[in-house]
Ligand binder design. Structure first.
Ligand SMILES: Nc1ncnc2c1ncn2[C@@H]1O[C@H](COP(=O)(O)OP(=O)(O)OP(=O)(O)O)[C@@H](O)[C@H]1O
Ligand SMILES: [Mg+2]
Length: 283
């Protein structure tokens, strides 16, 4: 017991700074779905390495297999060829038991369990373990709620009584309840208004720093991408066509990159916020 906690503390210290050590190794994978005439491939010979401590953002057109990639990392699905390793071990060979202590996931359509209150949603993985007294579980969940900026009095609300931003926060607290070193985010700011989105990005930056997390994120939102990414991987033509810091990736010549980063939406994300411009023009 003692040793496990020492090892995970050492992991955390290592994760606080990008060290260049690979935590997630997506090694020459191919993914196909369907059979016979209806068979189609989503990934072909795709590789990507995520280093400890970084925030790796995956972008690509709709249907290019970003969510499928996260599911492979979670070990929920297995590529048809190649392997995804987490800390050297094939993801699909890791035991289901203890999965939420290895990685947390914020799902794309990340709903909470609507029949459970906030506390029971956050404490879900702890309840499943069935080994801790109720008051310890409750206290642990409340600590996580406070970490994501919610108050203890929110603990007994039902999901239907929460704003979109609060639901994201609860889902984040739930993903982090077992203190996993790796966090997967599928469109974390989708559905939030610009202010809610900025606030959630700030929270993600804080927990990334404080907990020394490694993050793999999928997003369509350029503001989120620029606010959070250490590196960006672009999925096109069934593989990762380029990976690097945002400033380098936008230089890469490819129609998807030009349209995504340098289209109207992309240029707007690079501009100063409208308020700042208005104030400047007022002298
Ligand atoms: N279990 C499955 N069985 C069959 N096809 C699947 C399965 N899961 C995903 N697909 C298909 O694989 C492709 C990639 O899906 P995926 O959800 O990863 O796309 P995405 O890049 O996340 O898109 P979006 O940006 O719209 O979320 C799609 O054509 C999808 O229909
Ligand atoms: Mg998706």
């Amino acid at each position: 017991m003692e040793q496990t906690s020492l090892a995970s503390d050492a992991d955390r210290v290592a994760a606080a700074e990008p060290t260049g050590q690979v935590l997630v190794d997506i090694d020459h994978i191919s993914t196909t779905f369907g059979q016979g005439d209806s068979e189609f491939s989503v990934h072909e010979d795709l590789s990507l390495q995520v280093r400890r401590g970084e925030i790796m953002t995956i972008v690509g057109g709709s249907g290019t297999g970003k969510t499928v990639l996260l599911r492979h990392i979670l070990g929920l699905t297995k590529p048809s060829k190649g392997v995804v390793r987490i800390d050297g071990v094939p993801a699909n060979e890791l035991p289901t038991e203890g999965a939420s202590a290895r990685m947390g996931m914020l799902f794309q359509h990340g709903a909470l369990f609507s029949a459970f209150n906030v506390l029971d949603n956050v404490a879900f993985a702890l309840h499943e373990q069935d080994s801790l007294p109720d008051d310890v579980v409750r206290d642990a969940a409340i600590v996580k709620l406070q970490m994501v900026g919610l108050k203890p009095e929110h603990a007994y609300r039902m999901p239907s009584d929460l704003s979109g931003g609060m639901i994201k926060r609860v889902a984040l607290a739930r993903a982090l309840i077992m203190d996993p070193p790796l966090l997967l985010l599928d469109e974390p700011t989708a559905g939030l208004d610009p202010r809610g989105s900025d606030e959630f990005c700030e929270l993600l930056l804080e927990v990334h720093q404080e907990l020394g997390l490694t993050v793999v994120m999928v997003t369509h939102d350029l503001d989120t991408l620029y606010a959070l990414s250490t590196r960006v991987a672009v999925l096109a033509e069934k593989k990762v066509i380029v990976v690097g810091p945002p400033k380098e990736v936008i230089q890469f010549k490819h129609p998807f990159i030009e349209q995504f980063f340098l289209g109207e939406r992309g240029l707007r994300a690079l501009e100063p916020a409208p308020v700042a411009k208005d104030l400047a023009s007022m002298g």
